[in-house]
Write a protein that binds this ligand. Sequence first.
Ligand code: NAD
Length: 354
Amino acid sequence: MQANIVTLPGDYIGPEIIAEAVKVLARVAEKYGHTFTFDERKLGGASIDAYGVPLTEETLAACNAADAVLMGSVGGPKWDKVPADKRPEKGLLALRKGMQVYANLRPCTIHPQLAGACPLRPDIISTPIDIMILRELTGDIYFGKRTRSEDRSAATDEMAYSVPEVERLARIGFEMAKKRRGKLCSVDKANVLECSRLWRETVQRLSEEYPEVEVSYMYVDNAAMQLILRPSQFDVMITGNLFGDILSDESAAIAGSLGMMPSASLGDGSKGLYEPIHGSAPDIAGKDIANPLGTILSGALLLRHSLGLETEAKAIEDAVAKVLDEGYRTPDIYSDGCTKVGCIKMGDLVAERV
Ligand code: NAD
């Protein structure tokens, strides 16, 4: 197959981790007879330095024309003083909005080799944990109207959702649950918030179309608690932007290392934006010690969800598991008895094992 992939390395460790993910994807293309072209563009601080804005129209157009987009991370102290509307993170929000990717997939699994990095008790994680958190990405309180009183002593943020916004997200969740273990948990705060009541009613109505999926409803405060008390009960979780932001970071903490976690943001159709969940890690940039595995695993999600290449996606995930089995670790996941390697070497090891 032929595919055009736009890469957005971004800032600080971004270029280092993207280089390793591209190396692994190029190896997949070579082994399975595909042609992937990589079109590198600037985003965030790198784009501010080059063009004065965090995302140019040309870059957004290239992303929309591509089969998929692979991103590193943006932001950092160099651009802390630029005006709020031109911050690197604004480029990322504009990219998500511009690509109309409204569903953020955050898988949470614990690699058995890294179980020691999980902060939960061994008996809690003795049952396998394999959760897919699906967070709505372009609505909710993050995009609602904001006000601040003239004397600056009071403020409001509007939470808003519409039925179509909930429905399109929930549909992806139901479809995903069908292909996984057939369970879907919808998280809201329907005992208090009108938006949540609309959310729950919409999911309830949609559930009639998916009799094979077992649906449960949970208030967000209970969900936050259940994630640490009994995480293995969850299969697919769907939730709004605000609750999803918090719960998906909680799930990342459960998995043990920020550097290991991939994510995908999807819209209608197969196009998607893929990125590790961590930031640009300015404190370790340029030292060849960043963990590229979250970005490499985001590459696997890209193959699966945008290009429909399940075997190839699995080949990357298996190669990562093999490298961990063999005891190779970047410093962030290192423990006694393992072999410490840098970012470039880690990329080489995964590529060799694909
Ligand atoms: P961070 O995720 O960049 O770093 C937090 C800690 O985790 C740091 O100690 C860092 O060294 C470590 N870390 C992160 N990724 C790692 C990796 N791959 N390997 C090894 N260690 C890793 O969060 P932060 O320090 O709060 O943010 C730094 C910058 O990144 C900020 O400007 C922030 O706005 C931005 N940010 C961007 C994104 C994104 O691009 N999607 C996400 C979060 C934060």
